[in-house]
Design a protein around this ligand. Structure first.
Ligand SMILES: [Zn+2]
Length: 238
């Protein structure tokens, strides 16, 4: 039997296994299971990130509050000075200079207030996000056993047929030259849709219709398998 015929035979049987794998992957049970797993697997890292963010924001808020209090204190001191405006004037102080300082400090207070508002909103949003994620995790944890069980059941239903196919494939694999089988398996892992191996049809890849390069055509003529540059599948010339 030619290597091409052997791998095509293998592929023909493998299509049945592929079909079952696809059915399993597309089953609502697996999708639900994958969804729950994704939540549970990703949650700890996300929760930690949110906690870190909240701590950082709160530190920033504390620093701003300190600055705010400092500026307010200064402003109050300046206002007190103003109450003694006459004395200041008589002592030769420049009132417009004081006014400018007060205006600058007032602007600073306004700016700090606005910044604090932004940070507080951010803390609230972060805490909200944290809570929502916690709720999601709790519900995922509750569902976990059930969805895992449902998926296992669907898997077990398909298992006898899949195992039988795998046994048949092992027999068919014996006819296929090892390097070619390896190439096929590697392609299979790439999750390419079957067929993975096809013939050269005239001058074209029978799987995608594109023409291989001159170099590849030469290799094909010499009896080697090549990977189609367009569809990345293995082509053979008879
Ligand atoms: Zn192709």
């Amino acid at each position: 039997m030619s290597a091409l015929q052997a791998i095509l035979n293998y592929q023909e049987k493998d299509k049945e296994l592929y079909q079952l794998e696809r059915e399993l992957a597309a089953s609502p049970e697996r999708k639900e299971y994958a969804k729950v797993r994704k939540i549970l697997d990703g949650a700890p890292e996300k929760l930690e990130a949110l906690e870190t963010k909240a701590v950082a924001l709160k530190t920033e808020i504390a620093a701003l509050i300190a600055q705010y209090e400092d500026v307010v204190d200064r402003l109050n001191a300046m206002n007190e000075d103003f109450e003694h405006g006459d004395e200041l004037l008589s002592s030769g102080a420049d009132l417009s200079f004081y006014k400018k300082k007060v205006a600058t400090a007032s602007d600073r207070v306004k700016k700090l207030k606005a910044d604090l508002k932004v940070l507080s909103d951010d803390v609230a949003a972060t805490e909200e996000e944290y809570k929502a994620l916690k709720t999601l995790v709790r519900s995922a944890e509750k569902k976990k056993v059930d969805v895992a069980g449902a998926y296992k059941k669907v898997k077990e239903e398909k298992e006898p047929a899949m195992n039988a196919l795998k046994a048949e494939l092992m027999q068919l694999a014996k006819e296929v030259p090892a390097p070619l089988l390896e190439k096929y398996m590697a392609k299979r892992k790439e999750k390419l849709d079957l067929p993975i191996v096809g013939k050269l049809d005239g001058m074209r890849c029978s799987l995608c219709g594109m023409e291989p390069s001159g170099l590849d055509l030469q290799k094909l003529k010499e009896g080697h398998a090549v990977e189609c540059e367009t569809c990345r599948r293995i082509i053979f010339a008879e």
